[in-house]
Design a protein around this ligand. Structure first.
Ligand SMILES: [Zn+2]
Length: 120
């Protein structure tokens, strides 16, 4: 079980990173501003259950930033579900050290490197 304080810290970090990313995107991109709306909330466009991203959003802000935003959203969803810190693939605990370095990590190092090898 993850420590509650660690989860709270991570939630704060991820929320801040998410806001930063959205702010940066909005600053550089008028179309994104329009999509995000006045509130700056784009949560509805990312379906957490399926991980599907709105196609228009993807085209507008670019795959790299969207991917990062999606990872952050997924990590926040995992915290809410009480599954944060468990590898999405093998289900093993991800070391807290790794989570501190990379708060949006969803895979353990082993699965992550296997993943990268496959995609290469
Ligand atoms: Zn794993």
């Amino acid at each position: 079980m993850m420590e509650k304080t660690f989860l709270e810290e991570t939630t704060a970090t991820l929320t801040a990173q998410r806001k930063e990313l959205i702010d940066a995107l909005a600053a550089n991109n008028a179309a994104f501003r329009q999509l995000a709306g006045a509130s700056g909330e784009i949560g509805d466009t990312v379906d957490e259950a399926s991980g599907t991203v709105d196609r228009k959003m993807l085209e507008t802000i670019g795959a790299k930033d969207m991917n990062r935003l999606q990872l952050i959203d997924s990590a926040l969803a995992r915290i809410r579900q009480g599954k944060y810190g468990l590898c999405m693939k093998c289900g093993k605990s991800i070391p807290e050290e790794r989570l501190r370095a990379l708060p949006h990590a969803l895979l353990c190092i082993k699965c992550k490197s296997e993943d990268e090898r496959r995609n290469r």
